[in-house]
Design a protein around this ligand. Sequence first.
Ligand SMILES: [Zn+2]
Length: 329
Amino acid sequence: MTRRGLLEALGRLNIWQQGDRRAPHKPLLLLLVLGRVRRGERRLASYERDVHEPLAKLLRDFGPPAKGGVAPDRPFWHLQSERLESGQAAGGALWQVTFDDEHFSPALSDKPRAAALKRHGALGGLAEPLYRRLRRDPALVEAAAELLLDGHFPESMHDAIRERVGLRRETAGGASLVREEREADEAALPRRPRDPDFRDAVLRAYERRCAVCDFDLRIADDLFGLEAAHIKWHAAGGPDLVPNGLALCTFHHKALDRGVIGLEPRSREYRLLVSNELTGRSAAFSDVLGLRGRPLRPPQEEALQPDPRFVDWHRREVFRGEPRSRPRA
Ligand SMILES: [Zn+2]
């Protein structure tokens, strides 16, 4: 069980399936499990007690919109078909499912659903050698977590997910070791590079103001709190081009990435949508509600307008729930 073998297996999960639909189900299960490894919990987790609810919640909060509800039983079962080494290296399964009920032994293709997994006492965990390796090597846990987060979620969501699964970033002492290891991993598994000019080009196009609220505060010449957001996530293959970008303040960037604000094409411009899943009682909530139906400030040049293909992707894969209706005029 090599370090490289594990990271390659996780890297394969990062290949997007079904066109450009988001597929974060297995990665979220693995992140949940990496949190257990870091806390030193038992290798085999009970589907009913340890996985069903926490994973359902992760899928609801960080997965794509799921109109028919989320299905945490699917990744729990299907992760069994992932291999550690490509090819047919013996004992190469990444994930193992067993049952307390020894008379119950479904084939992989039987795909038992949540009720059956619970009834027969399903237990799932990383393959033994892999689990032992990870227990010995906290830097490898961190590298694996980083790879999964980077492959499936925008950076603005990483801390929230880490917090939830118990994989908060290691501090000081551990960090330098992790950085060295990470450099080695990056050399082995190059990620899709980011264009260093993307941020400047986007901020310039939007005249260095948030396209939603006009936020433009500076400390001397330093624009702080203003960011270049991807409409179609970099992690989902979204290009580093201005028509896939928006200059947004930190808050509106996060709101876009979490799908509580969205865009709707309206003749030659875009109007803002606000999700009905966003709630609150503060003035901040009224501020966000006030965005419903408001136009997005366009870039300097019409040719740099957001591309409808990326806006469609965001609406389909990220925007949560239904848009709130616009206030009556
Ligand atoms: Zn803003």
